[in-house]
Each structure stands twice: as structure tokens, then as C-alpha cells.
Design a protein around this ligand. Structure first.
Ligand code: 4NP
Length: 171
């Protein structure tokens, strides 16, 4: 019997990347919220979370100050450096999560033929979602950032449950 794992099997840890356009507003929020939510379930050693943007304009920059304010107001840690998503990550992650449908379309164009990772929309994990989009708050105000953070928190509850299930059933 072979002890070699299948090429696309889930080796620990489970890896998930959250992806928006600029990686300075929505996906850094989602990364930090998801990490905290996984820690609450004791999954922090079994899951690696990161984030990126499909665009590279802000690579190397910190999160938008409005993102940091919204996170700090809800008691989350801050400190982030933006990065641009790379197509090879589809084979270096188990799950790629897009924040809106434009991000999902852009990611699909970068997807290799038989990716290890599956591609999902974050709002799919909010059972009560009225929209599958996490709207871009970049051209909005502080209230928009707070509303997006609250929406991301709801989605991350479902995403955490989904990842917990993946970790349990694939070990
Ligand atoms: P994000 O927001 O995708 O949530 O990080 C944006 C940040 C920057 C830009 C657009 C959206 N931009 O055009 O520079």
C-alpha cells in the first residue's frame, strides 16, 4: 500500500487565501476576522490564513487607514502588508475565497487547469446573505467600512464552520 498522498490531497495545515482587488480594505479584514474565528475553535495550528489582491497597485503598502480604524474599533489586531495574488497559489492553497464576483472572475482567469484549491465567494458562507458581493468600501466612508466588517464577520462564522468540517473529514 502506498503511503504517498495523492497530488491534491489535503496535507496539514489547511491553507486558505482571501482575495479582493487591492488587498488594503476587504481581504485584510477577512484575513484577521477569520484567523480570530478559527482560533476561537482551536483550529489555529491546523489552518494557515493569508490574503492578497488581484491588482498589484498597493503591494507593499499597509492596509487603508480606514480598514485599520474599523478593525481596531472592534478589538482586532492591525498590521498588514498588501500583496498581489499569484496564479501558482491555486496549487499552494486548499481554498481561494473571492470577496466579490469581479474578483472571482479575475481569479478564474489565473486558475490552472486542475487546481488543488477550490474557488468560492465569501458571501456564500453567510446563510442569511442578501447578496453574494462584499461591496468595495474604498470610495466610501467610515460607515461603509464598519458595515463591510460586520458583513465579513457574519460570513466568517460560516466559513470557519466549513473549514472545520474540511479539516475533520480530510485528516
Ligand atoms: P479592496 O479595496 O479591494 O477591498 O482592497 C480597494 C482598494 C484599492 C482600490 C480599489 C479597491 N484601488 O483602486 O486602488
Amino acid at each position: 500500500m502506498s503511503t504517498q498522498p495523492a497530488a491534491h490531497s489535503l496535507d496539514p495545515p489547511f491553507r486558505v487565501v482571501l482575495v479582493c482587488l487591492g488587498n488594503i480594505c476587504r481581504s485584510p479584514m477577512a484575513e484577521i476576522v477569520l484567523r480570530r474565528s478559527l482560533t476561537r475553535l482551536g483550529l489555529e495550528t491546523q489552518v494557515v490564513v493569508d490574503s492578497a489582491g488581484t491588482g498589484g497597485w498597493h503591494a507593499g503598502h499597509p492596509a487603508d487607514p480606514r480598514t485599520e480604524r474599523a478593525l481596531a474599533a472592534r478589538g482586532y489586531p492591525t498590521g498588514h502588508t498588501a500583496r498581489q495574488f499569484e496564479s501558482t497559489w491555486f496549487n499552494e492553497r486548499d481554498l481561494v475565497v473571492a470577496l466579490d464576483k469581479a474578483n472571482e472572475r479575475d481569479l478564474r482567469r489565473l486558475m490552472p487547469e486542475q487546481p488543488r484549491a477550490s474557488l468560492r465567494l465569501l458571501a456564500e458562507f453567510d446563510a442569511d446573505a442578501v447578496s453574494l458581493e462584499i461591496p468595495d468600501p474604498y470610495y466610501g466612508d467610515a460607515d461603509d467600512f464598519d458595515a463591510v466588517l460586520a458583513q465579513i464577520e457574519r460570513c466568517c462564522e460560516g466559513l470557519t464552520a466549513f473549514i472545520g468540517e474540511q479539516v475533520r473529514t480530510h485528516r
